[in-house]
Design a protein around this ligand. Structure first.
Ligand SMILES: O=C(CO)COP(=O)(O)O
Length: 260
């Protein structure tokens, strides 16, 4: 393989502690034979599952992340989870700005930026999710939206911190049960916009930043997506929530990438 491929899933508000642990164990067992020099695999479970999750699997096979994080270490922030609490769990990764955080819970770019900076300051791998709404796409302003989300989201982040960053491009209109999968051509076009913007922000260090595609990834489109030159990985929801299905999807994508 001439580049590492990234495969991740966000479990959203699904799976109990027990279900998460058995899912993780099975996923590691199934994918153990795949060299981790070729892929990076990560799972982002619910908060309540995290402490059981971190001790249930060998973390050299699978990275574990949190779905959100407060930018403050402590304080009067009822219902929030601080970086110190996540550090206590020795988590690998924090996801910031998922579409559902932005569009169901009203998070804005400015907040995502505070969270990104806090996450990096605490040494977490930091996955920033970005994506345009259908309305923005129809106005023809997707590139402007993506550039804004990146420039505000990474404002004040140094080039030295670039090796801790990942980006997931998830068009809002393509996510979830009512999502319309993006075409691979459209996804590639937007990934190019993202890569160009990352280069403006981080110079040659941007080459180290993986950009994953997410939004209705499934066995029918995984191959077409992964062979695109600017797509470095797949960030999957529903199609990855059974360990066997995720394992198959990973192998299918790896084969397609090798044969491209
Ligand atoms: O939101 C997603 C991953 O974070 C994608 O979800 P789906 O693959 O279910 O559309």
């Amino acid at each position: 393989m001439d580049k590492k491929l990234y495969f991740g899933t966000n479990l959203k508000m699904y799976k109990t502690i027990e279900e998460t642990v058995s899912y993780l164990k099975k996923l590691v067992e199934n994918t153990k034979d795949i060299s981790r020099d070729e892929i990076e695999l990560f799972v982002i479970p619910s908060y309540t599952s995290l402490s059981a999750a971190v001790t249930s699997v060998d973390r050299s096979f699978i990275k574990l992340g949190a779905q959100n994080m407060c930018w403050e270490d402590q304080g009067q922030f009822t219902g929030e989870i601080s970086p110190l609490m996540l550090k206590e769990l020795a988590l690998d990764m924090v996801m910031i700005g998922h579409s559902e955080r932005r569009h169901v819970f009203g998070e804005k770019d400015r907040e995502e930026n505070l969270k990104v900076k806090a996450s990096l300051a605490h040494g977490f791998d930091t996955l920033l999710c970005i994506g345009e709404t259908l309305e923005e796409k129809e106005y023809g302003i997707s590139p402007e939206i993506l550039r804004t989300q990146l420039k505000v989201g990474f404002h004040g982040v140094s080039r030295e911190q670039a090796d801790k960053i990942k980006v997931a491009y998830e068009p809002v209109w393509s996510i979830g049960v009512n999502g319309i999968p993006a075409s691979a051509e459209y996804a590639e076009e937007m990934h190019k916009v993202i890569k160009n913007c990352l280069e403006e922000l981080f110079g040659e260090k941007s080459a180290e930043i993986p950009v994953l595609y997410g939004g209705s990834v499934n066995p029918g489109n995984a191959e077409a997506m992964i062979v695109q030159p600017s797509i470095d990985g797949l960030f999957t929801g529903r199609a990855a929530w059974q360990a066997d299905d995720f394992d198959k999807l990973i192998r299918q994508a790896m084969n397609a990438y090798e044969k491209r």
